[in-house]
Design a binder for this molecule. Structure first.
Ligand SMILES: Nc1ncnc2c1ncn2[C@@H]1O[C@H](COP(=O)(O)OP(=O)(O)OP(=O)(O)O)[C@@H](O)[C@H]1O
Length: 264
């Protein structure tokens, strides 16, 4: 009879996010061309490439803001191509934008509360029937919002219009909003772009802290100091295609990568 022998070899980890064969054309432009990417659970993964390489389009394909011409995306073990962006967010994958999308005419706190979904109070009749529950949830949500705003240093702006925030503070608010839904993976599109160096350091510290607490990140960034200091692994795109993948130090010395940047 066969006996089961425990396999003590390190098992390959299933990635939290895995995409393959992704393509998207706009007219005659192949923005993303048969690209793949993997994001390991618990990692901070970088996505870099020269201007127009297809990085933001790849983010749009991963989160289904744009439908791919072809390709497959698996998140947390499930195919997600058929899901709407808000359903993908509910599954735990949240994205931010190159230009932070906050609601300028609402307060910072209102921006935070709107980010939270699936509360009992969203449905009028259930709200009437369960007003105690609604009140309790609202209190918990507000407490969560206050705690997150404090952690990103925005407490003093809680009741200000989001439109009054600086570019860097908007990026912090966008990240803070993402945390309201307790995601598994956050896709950050250029968190350091247009942000002053002091705030860049703070943003990096927050990302490191949240990562230690269990959050996984995929980050597009042109600031190489940010990528090299934060990331475990870096994927490089050029002209919509995968050019290289490796550790930050491997990528920094990869001649094809250097050529792609110098040639731009
Ligand atoms: N909606 C669109 N319609 C037409 N062309 C588009 C569209 N979105 C992107 N493109 C084109 O696809 C290519 C890839 O663009 P994308 O914004 O994904 O690159 P990127 O790597 O994010 O660039 P950057 O670093 O400058 O932000 C570019 O040639 C761009 O002009």
């Amino acid at each position: 009879m066969l006996t089961e022998v425990e396999d003590r070899r390190p098992q390959p980890q299933v990635p939290l996010l895995a995409a393959s064969g992704l393509s998207k054309s706009f007219g005659g432009i192949k923005a993303v061309d048969n690209a793949a990417i993997e994001v390991a659970q618990g990692s901070i993964t970088g996505l870099i490439g020269p201007n127009g390489a297809g990085k933001t389009t790849l983010f749009n394909l991963l989160s289904n803001f744009i439908r791919p011409d072809q390709g497959r995306v698996i998140f947390d073990g499930e195919p997600i191509q058929q899901l709407q962006p808000h359903q993908i967010a509910q599954q735990g994958m949240i994205r931010t934008f190159q230009v932070a999308r906050v609601l300028s005419r609402l307060s910072v706190l209102e921006n935070m509360l709107l980010a939270a979904q699936h509360q009992t109070g969203e449905n009028f009749w259930s709200a009437c029937l369960q007003f105690r529950q609604v009140a309790k949830e609202e209190k918990q949500l507000k407490e969560r919002a206050y705690a997150i705003l404090e952690s990103v240093g925005l407490t003093h702006m809680t009741h200000e219009y989001a439109g009054a925030l600086s570019g860097g503070q908007r990026k912090l608010l966008e990240m803070a909003r993402a945390l309201m839904v307790q995601p598994k993976l956050i896709l950050l599109d250029e968190p350091a772009a247009g942000v002053n160096p002091t705030l860049i350091n703070q943003i990096c510290e927050h990302i490191t802290t949240w990562n230690r607490e269990g959050l996984t990140f995929l980050i597009i960034e042109h600031n190489m100091d940010v990528i090299m200091s934060l990331c475990d692994r870096v994927w490089v795109l050029a002209e919509g295609r995968n050019l290289a993948v490796g550790s930050p130090s491997e990528i920094q010395t990869n001649s094809e990568v250097l050529e792609a940047y110098l040639g731009q």
